[in-house]
Design a protein around this ligand. Structure first.
Ligand code: SF4
Length: 183
């Protein structure tokens, strides 16, 4: 009789206010993706195009919170993932999008839609279908509990691989110095 197949762990990824660079870095694990799909089943992720995560063991999230939809997606994702990992500077501290934080939101909208060259008398979008922008960009730990933080902009494919394989082996992720960087 064949041994029962080992149950694969479920992994999901999603992006909030980020540039998808952290997801691109995920793809930098290259041929090790083939090893990974032997160990895990992907749920919500650009790899599957599933739009809402089901119950997952591990969730990786890139990007911070710049609008109400980001907050909604984050809360839903946190509920579904046993372990939540903040991937990259935007998720951890707001990253590049948070550079708008010293300015007021009305001032930014005015500049972008009214006073920038070539945009005089432009309309500030106000369709109710559009997610409401937040006054400031926030890191995700200000809204939900985060279990692990993976720094970098983006973290390297090797860093992502090391954290994932440690977790899949039932260990605490342990990044050696050369895989810990903040740029
Ligand atoms: Fe892009 Fe860097 Fe933010 Fe990742 S941390 S989403 S690479 S800007």
């Amino acid at each position: 009789m064949n041994a029962p197949e080992k149950k694969k762990l479920k992994v999901a990824t999603t992006s909030l206010a980020g540039c998808f660079g952290c997801h691109m870095s995920f793809l930098d694990i290259d041929e090790r993706l083939f090893d990974l799909v032997e160990l895990v089943e992907f749920d919500r992720s650009p790899l599957t195009d599933i739009k809402h995560a089901g119950k997952c063991d591990i969730g990786l999230i890139e990007g911070g919170l710049c609008n109400a939809e980001n907050v909604h997606v984050l809360r839903e994702f946190r509920q579904q993932c046993d372990i939540l990992i903040a991937v990259g500077a935007c998720a951890i501290n707001g990253g590049l999008p948070a550079q708008r934080n010293p300015l007021s939101l009305p001032m930014i909208l005015e500049e972008v839609y009214h006073t920038s060259p070539g945009l005089h008398n432009g309309l500030i979008p106000n369709d109710p279908e559009l997610p409401l922008p937040l006054d400031k960009v926030h890191p995700i730990h200000e809204v939900v509990k985060v279990d692990y933080f993976m720094p970098g902009c983006p973290p390297s494919g090797d860093t992502i691989w090391k954290v994932l394989t440690d977790l899949l082996a039932g260990k605490e992720p342990n990044l050696p110095h050369e895989l810990l960087h903040y740029d």
